[in-house]
Design a protein around this ligand. Sequence first.
Ligand SMILES: [Zn+2]
Length: 100
Amino acid sequence: MLIPCLACESRFVPDEYFRACSAYNRGLDLVLWTCPRCGNHDEVRVLPGELGFGYTRRGRFAVHDRVRVPGLRRHRADLRLDISLDKASWRVHSRVRQLA
Ligand SMILES: [Zn+2]
């Protein structure tokens, strides 16, 4: 399973991909992803079995593109998002308390 950067089309193994996530925004339920290759920033919603890419507009996040990641799971905590896939897991912390 390789996950693509939607900007440069580089593909990453899950560990490399999810380690590039930062700044979980609980209100909008998204993380910021920075491509290790091209530096592109994407806003990503981690969903069961898939990633949702989109845009924030007027305080809402709208998913426009989905990438299936079979077995992907997420657990929302107060100041972090825990992501797991197979036996691996990643923890994305909130940068600051953000208003929804
Ligand atoms: Zn890229």
